[in-house]
Design a protein around this ligand. Structure first.
Ligand code: ATP
Ligand code: MG
Length: 256
């Protein structure tokens, strides 16, 4: 087995007296979509915020490609190739698609020390990425404000690709999308993994998860209570793991 891209060990996060995350061990491999499931308040967002450098863990360790990492900021996580696409996408409505993809990392040419943006080059790069994603967006110069929810997700994914992310984390990417757009985003998610990215997908939609993920991890009350390969489980079992009706989870609940 190759080294997992990401190894979380004993991750714990306490907010004062509240333990939001408790001793979570989890691996994410390159080329796979790992779905994170669990009830409201189970600790999913807290977990990804630790991976994204937004929260420092109270206890526990993270390694990326076998190297221990400790993030002081989201920028630290981005620097080792972790891209997080939050549900409320941080895109600028009035900027173009290409400008959004490059925001903060523009290609600049300096003439006598004066920086000039290389617009044509950025537009070409974005056009190629959108093609590669099969995103059906014809004009990288169009303002993001003119795009649908699904197309915006495509732009956010494109940005993750441009940053050359090794791990892409998506928090409920299809929650607000219509059927056709959900299709597109699920396809893009799969494509990211097929390109060699590790993808961590948070979703409450069991059908989506079964369609796109290779593995599933279920969180409950801050703990990871189960991990399953998609081909070794079914929606009924996953639902019972989430709700706590599953015998394994009932046994764990009793121990607490
Ligand atoms: N910044 C914070 N300060 C205090 N408590 C927090 C903070 N963030 C999360 N929590 C608490 O930690 C627990 C886990 O929350 P988290 O947001 O990780 O859940 P979740 O699994 O993402 O739920 P949902 O599916 O509703 O998004 C909850 O009890 C929540 O109230
Ligand atoms: Mg959440």
């Amino acid at each position: 087995m190759p080294t997992p891209l990401l190894e979380a060990r004993g991750l714990t996060k306490r907010f004062g007296a509240l333990t939001a995350l408790s001793g979570v061990d989890l691996d994410v491999n390159a080329g796979e979509v790992l779905a994170l499931l669990g009830d409201n308040g189970a600790g999913k967002s807290t977990f990804i915020k630790v991976l994204a450098g937004a929260h420092a863990p109270t206890e526990g360790t993270l390694t990326i490609g076998g190297t221990p990492v400790a993030f002081a900021s989201p920028q630290d996580a981005a620097n080792v190739g972790i891209a997080t696409i939050f549900q409320e996408l941080a895109l600028s409505e009035n900027l173009s698609i290409a400008e959004n993809v490059f925001l903060g990392r523009e290609i600049v040419r300096r003439v006598a020390g004066v920086p000039f943006l290389r617009r044509r080059e950025m537009k070409d790069v974005v056009g190629r990425l959108l093609d590669e994603l099969d995103a059906h967006i014809s004009d990288p110069d169009a303002p993001v404000g003119s795009l649908s929810g699904g197309q915006r997700q495509a732009v956010a994914i494109c940005r993750a690709l441009y940053l050359d992310a090794r791990l892409v984390i998506m928090d409920e990417p299809t929650a607000a999308l219509a059927v056709a757009e959900t299709r597109k985003v699920l396809d893009l998610t799969r494509r990211l993994a097929d390109r060699g990215c590790a993808v961590l997908l948070i979703s409450h939609n069991i059908a989506d998860v079964f369609e796109v993920s290779d593995r599933m991890a279920v969180f409950r009350r801050g703990r990871k209570v189960a991990e399953r390969r998609r081909d070794a489980t079914d929606p009924e079992e996953i639902v019972s793991l989430i709700t706590g009706a599953h015998p394994d989870v009932r046994a764990l609940d009793k121990q607490q």
